[in-house]
Design a binder for this molecule. Structure first.
Ligand SMILES: Nc1ncnc2c1ncn2[C@@H]1O[C@H](COP(=O)(O)OP(=O)(O)OP(=O)(O)O)[C@@H](O)[C@H]1O
Length: 708
């Protein structure tokens, strides 16, 4: 049945009344009721939290008929599917069309890659003096009012087209230069975390199946609604509206250029100011993560190079490129024949990826080539929802480095870093069409890392002293995104079709949790990060490492930062990968850091602690427990939602019971159904709770140490 038909059937009251009702409730989302429900992750129930208010029955949501389903359907017909997937500004590389494993010979051939240099402490920016910004005061002040606003600003930083939700695309060529020069303080005011949602258009398959678009986007207010069709106990349908507000919401018409301008462009200038920034896409398989992420690094590189060649000309800045993936809990270099990599922390708990090949790049063409090579090496497969699905988390890093005073004789030091992370689909483990063992294992691993990411976010959100970054390789890599002088942009990708409703709601709830991180006091999180460093320095080695890895890597005995800060330690040249005109062209980050320290007669690495195996089991246990907890909370939330529905049903039953001539039989049988439903729901949750309690008991030691 089409939306119009259903709407006609459902509407018991004039549509105008409902429209007002919804938008009032929505606008009232800051009320205590709204906050109360939001705090329980049930904000979507706000509009119907008062059982005396009839349930929402139509989509007349944002007023003026624009948010109605009728409107959306007609919009869809205009798009008709012919525009679908026509826009990639960077044509997607088909990994299957390119040989998956490039040999290193091929990769290292000197075809334009400029010299690269070793950087052991690739995340260490402490020793660098602050970058002076030439011409800062000359900045045209009009620019600030037009573009380059910080994420915190209450006004949108670009102008939206009110009809289409399209972001105005009229940016001047050198806007990054201008926005950077505009105001250094403004740039450093860019919010620590920005959460953006992007909705993709319905695809051909969904259109063929006549699937409904259930997402309404209101770009001006950053709000979005998911219209979920549900069944009452008497099997009649009704629609529940779930409302969310984010830093920005981008509808299906927004181009990749516009996505870039909204997400990454504002953070590019501050990479030159000792900032580590991360942009990642999150969402179910086939929701558009890769499509969204793919063009961003190239656009960012272009802007970074422009800054280097203009604003910072002759100031010793260099751009380095690396690309790796996390697959099955292990790291692989996508630019080096999928060489296995190893992650390590230095004395300051800074992450260092040993063996990762970095390329010094100075032109966009080379970067494009590297991106294509990396993408071709990615692990992909087919899921029910996406024929070319990413099975891994891919991490592409652009590091801005600067030559030290000694010029080319010393390795340049990192000034800032921009990381792009294309996460694997958020529900891969639950994909029912994935039934071979390998795929299931991949799914489990992906879920583990996404769960760990969520737990880190939750821990930061709840001001917990311990942030479980070690829960997965992904969170270890991402750690820098959340602590210290860092910026994070999360792009939540959602599918519009009704069949994806549950996954979409999960993605949006996840995004909502990340968003709440940015609400609080940032300094609070910085304090947290120092607590974290203290705690982490005394905890166990990286989970998921093999025993061999552990023996080879060992662990820092001494975390005295001063000793590790000594830049003289970095003079030993790294293993050159290839040479051009007698100059080293590319280097790999190796474990010579260990050797240096040992040969200095000051061994700072010790044998693996004896309790290591036990602790890596403990990590697994903790992950399992976290998963149990997650499931319990979700089940509880679901029961509350169902209870609300049942209460509504009861209210109308009572109203009917009071009507003259009401049939007692009908009342009795419906009440019976309602009560059985309630009892079944409670019983199910009780069983789950009992199971969780048993798990807690089983892992008693863990429970006390992880603060349960
Ligand atoms: N905004 C969009 N506009 C047009 N086409 C899109 C958009 N987003 C995604 N697509 C298309 O949808 C399909 C799936 O997208 P994509 O591969 O990016 O999904 P994904 O989230 O990365 O999936 P997975 O997690 O399985 O890797 C692709 O064919 C892509 O071109």
């Amino acid at each position: 049945m089409n939306a119009m038909g259903r709407q006609g059937q459902r509407s018991g009251a004039p549509a105008a009344h409902h429209q007002r009702q919804h938008s009032d409730n929505f606008l009232d989302s800051s009320s205590s009721n709204g906050r109360w429900l939001q705090s329980a992750g049930l904000q979507h129930l706000h509009s119907s939290s008062n059982p005396s208010i009839p349930p929402p029955k139509d989509y007349g949501y944002y007023g003026g008929g624009q948010g109605s389903r009728m409107y959306k359907n007609s919009q869809r017909n205009v798009n008709g599917g012919s525009e679908f997937f026509t826009e990639p500004s960077t044509p997607p590389v088909n990994p299957l069309s390119v040989s998956r494993r490039k040999n290193s010979q091929d990769l290292e051939s000197p075809n334009g890659f400029s010299p690269g240099l070793l950087d052991l402490h690739s995340f260490d920016t402490e020793l660098l003096p602050e970058v002076s910004v030439p011409g800062l005061c000359d900045a045209p002040s009009f620019y600030l009012s037009a573009r380059g606003r910080s994420f915190d600003d209450s006004e949108t930083y670009f102008v939206n087209n009110k009809q289409t939700g399209r972001v105005r695309a009229a940016a001047p060529e050198n806007n990054v230069l201008k926005s950077f020069a505009a105001d250094k303080d403004k740039a450093s005011n860019v919010a620590k975390i920005k959460v953006v949602v992007r909705k993709r258009p319905l695809n051909k398959k969904e259109l063929t199946k006549n699937e409904e678009d259930i997402i309404t986007i209101e770009p001006h207010s950053g709000s979005l609604a998911v219209h979920e069709t549900k069944l009452k106990v008497d099997l009649t349908e009704y629609v529940e509206n779930h409302e969310f507000v984010f830093d920005a919401v981008l509808n299906e018409e927004v181009s990749n250029d516009e996505v870039y301008r909204e997400t990454v462009e504002p953070i590019v200038p501050i990479i030159f100011q000792r900032t580590k920034a991360t942009c990642f896409a999150y969402g179910q398989t086939g929701s558009g993560k890769t499509y969204t992420m793919k063009p961003l690094p190239l656009k960012a590189s272009r802007d970074i190079l422009r800054l280097m060649h203009h604003t910072y000309r002759n100031q010793g800045f260099q751009l380095f490129f690396s690309f790796f993936e996390i697959y099955g809990g292990k790291l692989f270099d996508l630019l080096s024949d999928r060489k296995k990599l190893c992650m390590r922390e230095d004395g300051k708990q800074q992450v260092c990826i040993v063996g990762l090949q970095e390329y010094k790049v100075s032109d966009v063409e080379t970067i494009k080539e590297l991106i294509e090579r990396g993408n071709a090496s990615r692990s992909t497969g087919t899921t029910g929802a996406n024929e070319e699905s990413s099975r891994s988390h891919a991490i592409l890093q652009l590091a801005v480095k600067r030559l030290a005073d000694g010029g080319e004789t010393k390795p340049p030091r990192v000034v800032g870093k921009l990381s792009f992370i294309d996460l694997a689909g958020s529900e891969r483990g639950a994909d029912t069409t994935d039934n071979d063992k390998q795929t299931r294992m991949e799914g489990a691993e992906i879920n583990k890392s996404l769960l760990a990411l969520k737990e880190c976010i939750r821990a930061l959100d709840n001001d917990q002293g311990h942030i479980p970054f070690r829960g997965s390789k992904l969170t270890e890599v991402l750690r820098d995104s959340f602590v210290g002088d860092s910026r994070t942009v999360m792009i939540s990708c959602i599918s519009p079709n009704a069949g994806s409703c549950e996954h979409t709601l999960n993605t949006l709830r996840y995004a909502d949790r990340v968003k709440s991180l940015s609400k609080g006091n940032n300094s609070k999180k910085d304090i947290l990060s120092s607590t974290l460093n203290l705690k982490e320095s005394t905890t166990i080695p990286l989970s998921g490492m093999t025993y061999e890895d552990d023996i080879a890597d060992s662990w820092p005995e001494n975390t005295d930062q001063e000793e590790f800060d000594d830049s003289e330690e970095f003079q030993e040249p790294e293993k050159p990968l290839w040479k051009k005109n007698g100059k080293v062209e590319a280097y790999e980050i190796s474990n010579s850091e260990d050797k240096m320290r040992r040969t200095n007669g000051q061994t700072k690495w010790k044998d693996p602690p004896k309790f290591e195996t036990k602790n890596s089991h403990a990590d697994d246990d903790m992950n399992a427990l976290l998963k149990e907890e997650e499931d319990l909370v979700n089940a509880h939330r679901k029961l509350v939602e169902e209870t609300m529905d049942i209460v509504r049903e009861e209210m109308s039953l009572l109203v009917e019971a009071d009507q003259p001539g009401n049939e007692l039989d009908n009342y009795v049988s419906r009440l019976n159904v309602i009560l059985s439903q309630k009892a079944a729901g409670i019983l199910k949750l009780q069983n789950r709770l009992a199971h969780f309690q048993r798990c807690l008991k089983q892992h008693n030691v863990l429970v006390s140490s992880s603060g349960y």
